[in-house]
Design a protein. Structure first.
Length: 117
């Protein structure tokens, strides 16, 4: 896919998109757990990770997750989870009318964020 080669990997992408809250709960070599809170209008834009998977676990609200390669749409409610494999482009949106709070477990491997937009 040529779109994956348009952008360089970043070690920190927090400046690329706005969230209501971002808290790092754990950080070990090759593994992170971060809590994110998105308003109904906020989005984590299209991106992928070269060597790590993202596992999303919804705490409150409703998540709408779009994926490519293959194209897929997932909706998650509190207590549900989904893993986006390394290299698989994905976008996260809030599918509800209130804040979405979720954990993202990232690993195991070196973190990077490759923006696609």
């Amino acid at each position: 896919m040529t779109a994956k080669r348009k952008h360089e990997p970043l070690k920190d992408a927090s400046h690329l998109y706005e969230v209501e809250r971002r808290v790092r709960h754990a950080a070990r070599p090759g593994f992170h757990i971060t809590e994110l809170q998105l308003s109904p209008t906020q989005t984590v834009p299209w991106h992928y990770h070269t060597a790590i998977a993202d596992t999303f676990y919804v705490l409150d609200g409703e998540m709408r997750l779009f994926l490519q390669d293959p194209k897929q749409e997932i909706r998650l409610r509190p207590g549900e989870s989904f893993t986006a494999a390394a290299g698989r482009p994905h976008l996260v949106t809030n599918a509800g009318k209130t804040s979405l709070t979720f954990l993202v477990l990232q690993g195991i491997g070196d973190y990077d964020y490759v923006p696609l937009v």
